[in-house]
Design a protein around this ligand. Structure first.
Ligand SMILES: CC/C=C\CC/C=C/CC(=O)SCCNC(=O)CCNC(=O)[C@H](O)C(C)(C)COP(=O)(O)OP(=O)(O)OC[C@H]1O[C@@H](n2cnc3c(N)ncnc32)[C@H](O)[C@@H]1OP(=O)(O)O
Length: 281
């Protein structure tokens, strides 16, 4: 009896492992030479951040934190999209329990990425609106391929970026630029983003973007890792602490807002527009 229970637990654990491999929406590859991990988002067609992708992102960030990588490079398996931001289908006509889990997971993933102890860089190899921009600006360095767009476009959808989205944006842009861009819901082209400082460099391909991210992470090679990591933590502590202190209120505020009929109507119209545009292409 005891033995069969153990065997069934082993069988279940083995099948869970297989399942998690089969449904993995992110991959982590550590380069043997550099010791740097590349975390790739892989949720076609647009890397929409749904609950499962956010969960995978968080566990991949944890994996990189735990495997002594020298740095983390965030990128996408798509040739045209870094991430289309939050999956609007999670917010439109939401399921009561799932949307709570979704927002809570988004908070956790942001806390892990923005507060990561290893150097982080984004190789932005495609469009990066809203939540995609949040991921990119949570990293310490950004290299972007030309002819794409990046920005926090929330006001264009009739929604409001929470304070911690603004904190990431403000860690990159001066207040005046950040405020204006957020109010306008402005999407920047690669060239505009470089000019304003939203990205650090451009690259002609994903491969080159990754090389430039590797070079950035390499600038810390001779810096004491603990001193570097604690210094980063001090810079980011107030933003991280603010969300930690207000997590429940932030969740309730989001739930209240997203369930407003006017917001639901706006999201429905926006989704319809996206679908019509996709059909025309
Ligand atoms: C109430 C909430 C309060 C506070 C929350 C605030 C936080 C919000 C942050 C967010 O991230 S909101 C999401 C904002 N994202 C966007 O506005 C991006 C919308 N997408 C696009 O602009 C484009 O799709 C693209 C530039 C990323 C890619 O263009 P393209 O390559 O031409 O692909 P398609 O437009 O044809 O899209 C293919 C397919 O994917 C669907 N889709 C695109 N983005 C999303 C998304 N964010 N969520 C869900 N689905 C998305 C699109 O409808 C197409 O679907 P089909 O079924 O028609 O193939």
């Amino acid at each position: 009896m005891m033995r069969s229970k153990v065997l069934s637990l082993v069988a279940r654990a083995a099948s869970n492992r297989m399942m998690s491999t089969a449904t993995k929406l992110t991959t982590v590859e550590v380069n043997d030479k550099t010791g740097i991990a590349t975390l790739t988002m892989n949720r076609p067609p647009v890397n929409g951040l749904n609950l499962e992708l956010l969960q995978d992102l968080k566990s991949s960030i944890d994996e990189v934190e735990g495997n002594k990588s020298r740095g983390l490079i965030l990128t996408s398996s798509s040739s045209t999209i870094f991430s289309a931001g939050l999956d609007i289908l999670e917010m439109y006509k939401p399921d009561k329990d799932r949307i709570r889990a979704f927002w809570t997971q988004l908070q956790e993933t942001w806390l892990a990425l923005y507060g990561s102890s290893v150097p982080t860089a984004a190789a932005i190899n495609g469009h990066s609106p809203a939540g995609g921009c949040l991921l990119a600006t949570s990293c310490e360095y950004r290299v972007m391929v030309p002819n794409f767009t990046i920005g926090l476009n929330e006001t264009q959808l009739g929604i409001v970026a929470p304070k911690w989205f603004m904190a990431s944006f403000l860690s990159v842009l001066p207040q005046r630029e950040a405020e204006r861009a957020l109010n306008q819901g402005r999407m920047f082209t690669t060239e505009e983003a470089l000019k304003v400082g939203l990205i650090d460099e451009t690259a002609n391909s994903k491969e080159e973007a990754i090389e430039k991210c590797v070079a950035f992470i390499g600038t810390f090679a001779k810096v004491n890792p603990l001193a570097r990591s604690l210094t980063k933590q001090q810079f980011r502590a107030a933003d991280l602490q603010q969300l930690q202190n207000e997590r429940q209120q932030d969740l309730e505020k989001f739930l209240f807002f997203v369930n407003q009929p006017a917001v639901q109507k706006g999201l429905g119209i926006y989704l319809e527009g996206l679908k019509k545009k996709a059909k025309k292409q």
